[in-house]
Design a protein around this ligand. Structure first.
Ligand code: FMN
Length: 335
């Protein structure tokens, strides 16, 4: 069993999210208590072509370990080849295979969740990758519960993946047709965890420590994975761990600490150079800033202001003015 599940550990993963869980955001989530992380998905073909941009997505720091690199593709042999290249460059703690992506561009080429429709093909892709990698690093997989409501087959898929040598399976409790709508089905996730002997990590709609505790108590999962809630509130990992050990919630994160983190995230993103110069990085950060400010008093106006922000200096002014208004209890600000 992988070390992060041993001795009764119940790891909390940061979910892979393309365009979100880059090296900078992973640093932040690790500091705030995420146990295991997976890179954004990367194309096996991009890796084989030695495409620089694809290669960048696979980067992680040693502090982020255990960290896996997630691959998507349709051909097991090519994906195995890509996995070996990644291992040569980076020696990740595991290779993760994406069998859950619902995006048309990926599905139309038989990648991501499309393989859920063909269990023998999915198993052969997983086996080929496992064979190529050998015992260099463990191979894990991430799936959805099925293609649509009529074809929920995750327990069967999990069995096939276990027989193909996968060492962990993360199950997102939605079908491909649902994409991100409706509620995650934790009954099916539970059934998956009871069907296989390897650890199953449950994923879908976890937003706080109480959710983690409930899933731990009420299902057979060996860990959980948090995605969208971390975009809004990366402190969720710290909160969840505190709740698991004490049964109590932490105090809400003060506004000043929130703004400090928002500022730091932007500064690190600029420093990383991934999105280009400051102005372009701040533009790329807009959706992230909006996520951080969801639920803030006066969020509607704040959103507009942040969307026009093109520098760290401007962000600092916005934060100062917002905090000033907030402290005086004036929420509907027009900055
Ligand atoms: C913006 C975004 C990007 C995502 N990218 C990936 C990805 O690259 N690989 C993957 O396996 N899942 C990806 N997902 C799915 C998440 O990993 C996760 O399964 C899903 O968001 C459900 O968990 P949550 O309810 O905690 O958000 C993505 C989700 C979002 C919202």
């Amino acid at each position: 069993m992988l070390p992060w599940f041993q001795d009764g550990k119940f790891p909390i993963y940061l979910a892979p999210m393309a365009g979100v869980t880059d090296i900078v955001f992973r640093t932040i989530c690790k500091e705030l208590g995420a146990d295991v992380m997976v890179t954004e998905f990367v194309s096996a073909e991009g890796i084989i072509r030695r495409d620089d941009r694809t290669r960048k997505y696979t980067e992680f720091t040693d502090e982020q370990r255990p960290c896996g690199v997630q691959l998507f593709g349709a051909d097991g042999l090519r994906m195995g080849e890509a996995a070996k290249k990644i291992i040569d460059w980076k020696q990740p703690d595991f290779i993760d295979i994406n069998f859950g992506c619902p995006v048309n561009k990926v599905v139309s080429k038989n990648g991501g969740s499309s393989l859920l429709k063909d269990c023998p093909l999915l198993a052969s892709v997983a086996s080929e990758i496992h064979k190529a990698v050998g015992d260099q690093v463990p191979v894990t997989a991430k799936i959805r519960i099925g293609w649509d409501d009529q074809t929920i087959n995750a327990p069967k898929v999990c069995k096939a993946l276990e027989e193909s040598g996968m060492q962990v399976i993360a199950v997102h409790g939605r079908t491909r047709s649902q994409r991100y709508t409706g509620e995650a089905n934790w009954d099916v996730i539970d059934e998956c965890a009871r069907t296989v002997a390897i650890p199953v990590v449950g994923n879908g709609d976890i937003t706080c420590g109480e959710d983690v505790e409930r899933r731990k108590q009420q299902t057979a999962v060996s860990g959980v994975m948090i995605g969208r809630a971390a975009m809004q509130n990366p402190w969720v990992f710290r909160e969840a761990k505190h709740y698991l050990t004490t049964g109590e919630h932490l105090d809400p994160v003060p506004m000043t600490e929130r703004w400090q983190l928002i500022r730091r995230h932007c500064a690190l993103a600029i420093e990383s150079g991934r999105y280009g110069e400051e102005q372009y990085t701040m533009m790329a950060m807009r959706s992230r800033l909006i996520a951080y400010c969801k639920g803030f008093p006066g969020a509607k106006m704040l959103r507009k202001t942040l969307c026009a922000c093109t520098s760290i200096a401007q962000l600092e002014d916005i934060a100062a003015e917002y905090t000033n208004h907030h402290d005086r209890g004036v929420f509907d600000i027009n900055l």
